[in-house]
Design a protein around this ligand. Structure first.
Ligand SMILES: O=C([C@H](O)CO)[C@H](O)[C@H](O)COP(=O)(O)O
Length: 185
C-alpha cells in the first residue's frame, strides 16, 4: 500500500477515536488544571514525548507546568496536579510516581486506554482514550499501526484539544502565547 493511503487510514483511525471522547471526563480534566497551582506531566517513551509537548503549551499559557524528571522540576504539593499519559496505565515507574504524588496529597490525572488499570485506580481523574496498548495481546482494538501508536497520536491530539479549551476559557490567543515561546532558540 502507498504511504498516502497509510496516512489516510491513520487519519480515519484518529477520527473514529475522536468520536469516542467523553466530554465530561475532558471537562473535569480541564477544570482541575485550572484549579491547580503547579501542573506536572509524566509519561514513558512515546507517551512521555506527547506529555512533554503538552507541558510546553501549558507553559505558553502562563501555567506553572513541569516535566517530571527534568533538572529544574520543583517539589509537588497538595495544591498541585500530576498528569500521567499511559496507554496501559501499568507502567511501573509511573505507578510509583502516582503513589508518591498521592502520598503528598497532590491530585493525579491519568489519560489512558485503561481507566481500570493500576494507575487508573489511584487516579482522581481518568480520561479514557481509545486505542490499542503496546502489548496487543491485551486488547482486541483494531488498528493497522504497531504497538501503542494510535493511542500516542490520540493523546497528543487530546492534549491539543485541551489547550484550545483552556484558551477559550481564559480568552487567550496564539499571539499572547507566542510571547512566552522560547526566544533563545
Ligand atoms: O514508548 C512507548 C512504545 O513505543 C509503545 O508504542 C510507550 O509509550 C511506553 O512504553 C509507555 O507505555 P505506556 O505507559 O503503556 O503508554
Amino acid at each position: 500500500m502507498e504511504t498516502n493511503l497509510y496516512l489516510a487510514e491513520i487519519l480515519h483511525e484518529l477520527q473514529q477515536g475522536a468520536n469516542q471522547l467523553n466530554d465530561e471526563q475532558a471537562d473535569r480534566f480541564v477544570e482541575r488544571i485550572m484549579a491547580s497551582n503547579k501542573v506536572f506531566v509524566a509519561g514513558a517513551g512515546r507517551s512521555g514525548l506527547m506529555a512533554k509537548a503538552f507541558a510546553m503549551r501549558l507553559m505558553h499559557m502562563g501555567i506553572d507546568a513541569y516535566v517530571v524528571g527534568e533538572s529544574i522540576t520543583p517539589n509537588v504539593t497538595e495544591k498541585d496536579m500530576l498528569i500521567i499519559g499511559s496507554g496501559s496505565g501499568e507502567t511501573k515507574s509511573l505507578l510509583s510516581m502516582a503513589e508518591k504524588a498521592k502520598s503528598l496529597q497532590a491530585s493525579v490525572a491519568l489519560v489512558t486506554i485503561f481507566p481500570e488499570s493500576k494507575i487508573g485506580k489511584l487516579a482522581d481523574i481518568a480520561v479514557n482514550l481509545p486505542g490499542s496498548p503496546k502489548d496487543k495481546s491485551t486488547s482486541n482494538y483494531s488498528t493497522i499501526q504497531p504497538m501503542g501508536s494510535l493511542f500516542e497520536q490520540t493523546l497528543l491530539l487530546f492534549f491539543d484539544a485541551v489547550i484550545l479549551r483552556l484558551m477559550e476559557k481564559k480568552g487567550f490567543d496564539s499571539t499572547t502565547m507566542f510571547g512566552r515561546h522560547a526566544n533563545l532558540e
